[in-house]
Design a protein around this ligand. Structure first.
Ligand SMILES: C[S@@+](CC[C@H](N)C(=O)[O-])C[C@H]1O[C@@H](n2cnc3c(N)ncnc32)[C@H](O)[C@@H]1O
Length: 360
């Protein structure tokens, strides 16, 4: 794991949405804006770790669809870019190559926009994509960008995906982690783990998925293991990164504390955890009271809050100081905090709030 200086990239919003190779030409299409309204100097392109400078690039193209999604962010009406790169003979073998675009504003990098060229892993069915929350490739590549740029993940690192679902994050990590690195994931939904084993592990043998029959009212009502009794099947100090994407948003307080114990145990000292959550603080509570955002997380259940008293596990949020206190008690220091869009904010790409923790 690379120890990043606490200098974040410039705040930007954007994605690399389409990648293709036709007749020896790479086509890349997406959109990007700077929150600080800075003009874009250029976009740096690396494919398979190699920088390409022979680009044909058009940017600041009309983007009414992006403006419709983010009407309050200046510049979203002219945010699209198209990049074309003519390959020489040796460069034609780019199947499964990770593409990373870095927008540069006045010499400084914004948020990276990863994607893959000609991926070998297929997409799961719509049923499985919906089960884990939709926006499959957007989430997969947004989080890969955060892992690289905000957590310092390196290609040879070992990672644990807690509540991995169908392997949405494995889908992008497969093109970043080398065979010396490795991925382990577990989840409570058997059918998703079966799919991930047959479609991802078969192609990337250093990616492993395990099912655990844990009870969750929403995701596995037939489960016969309690979250509190489950010990992660991994040695102490085995991972450089542990992550939970939209998992603490479905767990009760005692379960979150137990998982934090386990996370702290399996992380190497100095390594990191990234988790997404709904943080309740004066700003998000006031936004909820004003009717902004999708989730009214106002019904208290002991130490947590839900938007749905009939099915609390559907959406669970925590008072920020309480959750951060539990993390601190376990030697997990918050080194990055990014508030998401869920309650009407527009400052960061992610929907949920994101915390980056470092094991002391
Ligand atoms: C919204 S989905 C997100 C899945 C995955 N993290 C992703 O981003 O694609 C929440 C996941 O948490 C899993 N889950 C719920 N309770 C769990 C528990 N106690 N331990 C591990 N996973 C759990 C569910 O089965 C489901 O796959």
């Amino acid at each position: 794991m690379k120890f990043l200086k606490p200098t974040d990239p410039l705040p930007t919003l954007g994605r690399l949405e389409k990648t293709a190779i036709t007749n020896g030409v790479v086509h890349l299409e997406g959109w990007v804006v700077s929150f600080d309204k800075k003009p874009l100097d250029r976009i740096q392109v690396t494919i398979g770790g190699q920088e390409f400078s022979n680009l044909e690039i058009s940017h600041s193209l009309p983007s009414p669809d992006i403006n419709k999604g983010y009407p309050n962010i200046p510049g979203t009406d002219k945010a699209r870019y198209i990049i074309k790169i003519s390959l020489t003979g040796q460069q034609q073998q780019l199947k499964n190559s990770l593409v990373v675009l870095t927008p540069i504003y006045q010499g400084r990098p914004g948020g990276i926009m990863p994607n893959v060229l000609d991926p070998s892993i297929p997409l799961p069915s719509q049923e499985y994509i919906k089960f884990v929350g939709d926006h499959f490739t957007d989430v997969a590549f947004d989080f890969l960008g955060y892992f690289i740029q905000r957590v310092g993940l390196e290609p040879n690192d070992k990672v644990l995906d807690v509540g991995c679902g169908v392997g949405r994050l494995a889908y992008s990590l497969a093109y970043y982690l080398t065979p010396q690195g490795g991925y382990a994931g577990f989840d409570i939904a058997e059918k998703l783990i079966k799919w991930a084993n047959s479609e991802i592990t078969s192609r990337f043998p250093n990616f492993n998925f395990q099912v655990v029959n844990i009870y969750n009212q929403m995701y596995n009502p037939e489960g016969n293991v309690k979250t509190l009794d489950f010990i992660f099947p991994h040695e102490d100090k085995s991972f450089e990164l542990v992550f939970l994407i939209s998992v603490f948003t479905h767990l009760r307080a005692k379960e979150v504390r137990h998982y934090l114990d386990e996370i702290s145990r399996v992380l190497k000292p100095g390594s990191r955890c990234l988790c997404s959550c709904f943080l309740l603080n004066p700003e998000s509570e006031s936004a909820i009271a004003k009717g902004r955002g999708a989730h009214k997380i106002v019904h208290q259940l002991e130490e947590c809050f839900t938007s749905n008293p009939k099915m609390p596990e559907a959406v669970i949020g925590y008072k920020e100081p309480l959750l951060l206190g539990w993390m601190r008690e376990r030697g997990l220091t918050v080194v990055g905090k990014y508030y998401g869009q869920w309650c009407g904010r527009n400052r960061f790409t992610s929907y949920q709030d994101i915390l980056v923790l470092q094991k002391n």
